[in-house]
Design a protein around this ligand. Sequence first.
Ligand SMILES: [Zn+2]
Length: 310
Amino acid sequence: MSPDFAQPPSERPQDADPARQDKQQPEAVEPADKPSRLRWKRKELPGGLWLKCESCAATIYRKELEERERVCPACDFHFTLPGRERVKSTLDANSFEERWADLAGMDRLRFNDATPYADKLKRTEAKTGQKEALICGIGAIHGRKVVLAVLDFSFLGGSMGEVVGEKISLAADLARGERLPLVIFTSSGGARMHEGMLSLLQMAKTSAALASLNEAGGYSICVLTNPTTGGVTASFASVCDITLAEPGALIGFAGPRVIASTIKQELPPGFQRAEFLLDKGQVDHIVRRSEMRSVLVRLIDFGAGAFARG
Ligand SMILES: [Zn+2]
């Protein structure tokens, strides 16, 4: 769903939107509508040269943050990385061959909240230069070919609608057909509310596609980055062979404030953060951004026998 979705929480389905439910919003998202723009501006300091860390509230020079791959120099918090930057920082230079970039979102339900969904899609496409929130293709990490799928939070909060579901399924099928490892990076507010039930169906579709890959002896790795919530956490992000996370990433289904008010209990410190989930066994390993490529290549080599039994 989009971070600027303007429906009262009581009317929204169960899926989560971290931008509303947790004050720690990713830095990379730009609001599309006026109400969120006002909220957003409070975080930005004049001139846009400086910004506040959403984790430790330190004032950071934007250029320094960008040079450090968007990792806070004070507390090591890993800010949300835009999709194209993620592809660039993960793959060997010039190795990426994008697939299915022309698949564009459809407004089948003629959904209309503050802005018609069809208009929102057009505006987001113009802003991001992409037709949808998932970037997919084949590339190489230290020379090892992989199928890569990256959710981009700057496209309607990385939300999963029909096209994201279709592209994840196509990526899993491509990995199976080409006998390549599948590497997925997630950052998402969950299912895309504008597509209603059609977006929720993608949870079953993507999980089934990954199950088919698994049954064929395939190998998949998912890296959960800040934030990964809602129907994405509850489907393909949680069913890969290896589940990695970046430090401090918010990972959950509903947001912590919603859970606290529902169960009327105080949540434990670090609830829904990557470190908490590592402790509980949902995450296999936490990987710093600077070490991501070297860890991925070790895991890819570890899974080199995949498909042997398929
Ligand atoms: Zn910080």
